[in-house]
Ligand binder design. Structure first.
Ligand code: NAP
Length: 270
């Protein structure tokens, strides 16, 4: 198939990783459709078409397939990128915030995938690339619900991958460590409510802030996504970012050492 005929849908293409990968794919000759909850706000400055999609709105998801296929003939790749971050200590985070985190990151991603799967099955080819996170493979204090939502995606898509093999539909997860985007500014932060945590919370907030401040440009994530789009027979997981391999090795082979080094860094944060 000619490259210019390959169609890629990128959810959450108004900002950060989604915006960068959609722009890069467009530049490389792919037919790119992006999504945003508010396309009018962003469309004028973008070279690719934005369609409205809100992962928290079942009506928006249910009408999406028809809307998309009024614009394109086929869909070769879905990049499930849209998502956000809930920060907060686990016990202090209201369950409703945790549910909202799952509603968008987990359920929203599953629902839009299900909306598009009949089209993929009919075509008998396709690729579904989902933005997990290194926090879907390991977990850090202050990220319990975010991390849980990304772990849930890992389990779900691993099962789906085997089920879709028969239809020539590939399923991939890209798992970035921390990169500079708008995810920190857009995060929902749970209030500190339990005095017992005051000291630890203060340090963990400082640790999280430093992680955001020092986060590098997401170019390696974009390169990995492009690789995953191009590969004929991609593997399941693509961890990306400096230190990600060592973190995964440490967690697997020396969990206590891994945990000790995290707590040491948090306790040294001011
Ligand atoms: N940045 C990192 O360090 C990092 C690391 C690992 C994984 N990730 C993952 O990478 C993905 C992109 O994040 P980012 O860092 O690029 O963040 P970002 O700059 O905040 O971009 C998030 C995008 O998601 C869209 N979005 C948010 N909530 C949505 C909803 N309810 N329905 C539809 N779209 C929604 C936003 O679009 P609108 O506001 O226009 O709707 C926006 O385009 C996320 O899944 C994130 O978990 C990021």
């Amino acid at each position: 198939m000619e490259l210019k005929e390959k169609t890629v849908l990128v959810t959450g293409a108004s900002s950060g990783i989604g915006l960068l990968v959609a722009s890069k794919l467009h530049e490389n000759g792919y037919q790119v459709i992006g999504t945003s909850r508010d396309p009018e706000k962003h469309q004028a400055k973008l070279p690719f078409k934005l369609l409205p999609l809100d992962l928290n709105d079942d009506h928006s998801i249910a009408s999406f397939g028809k809307q998309l296929f009024s614009q394109v003939k086929t869909l070769d790749v879905l990049i499930n990128n849209a998502g956000y971050l809930v920060n907060g200590l686990a016990e202090e985070t209201p369950i409703d915030l945790g549910k909202q985190q799952f509603e968008t990151n987990f359920w929203g991603t599953i629902k839009i995938t299900n909306e598009l799967l009949p089209y993929f099955r009919r075509q008998k080819h396709g690729k579904i690339i989902t933005l997990g996170s290194l926090l879907g493979l390991v977990s850090l204090p202050n990220t319990s619900y975010y991390s849980a939502s990304k772990h849930a995606l890992e389990g779900y898509f691993k099962a789906l991958r085997s089920e879709l093999n028969q239809f020539n539909i590939k399923v991939v997860m890209v798992e970035p460590i921390s990169f500079k985007t708008n995810i920190g500014e857009s995060a929902t932060v749970a209030k500190g409510t339990i005095a017992d945590y005051d000291q630890f919370r203060q340090k963990v907030i400082a640790y999280t802030k430093t992680a955001f401040d020092k986060a590098p440009d997401p170019a390696p994530v974009i390169a990995t996504l492009l690789r995953a789009v191009k590969e004929k027979n991609p593997t399941f997981g693509y961890p990306v970012g400096k230190g990600s391999s060592i973190v995964l090795l440490l967690q697997h082979f020396a969990y206590k050492l891994f945990e000790k080094s995290i707590l040491k860094s948090i306790n040294a944060s001011k």
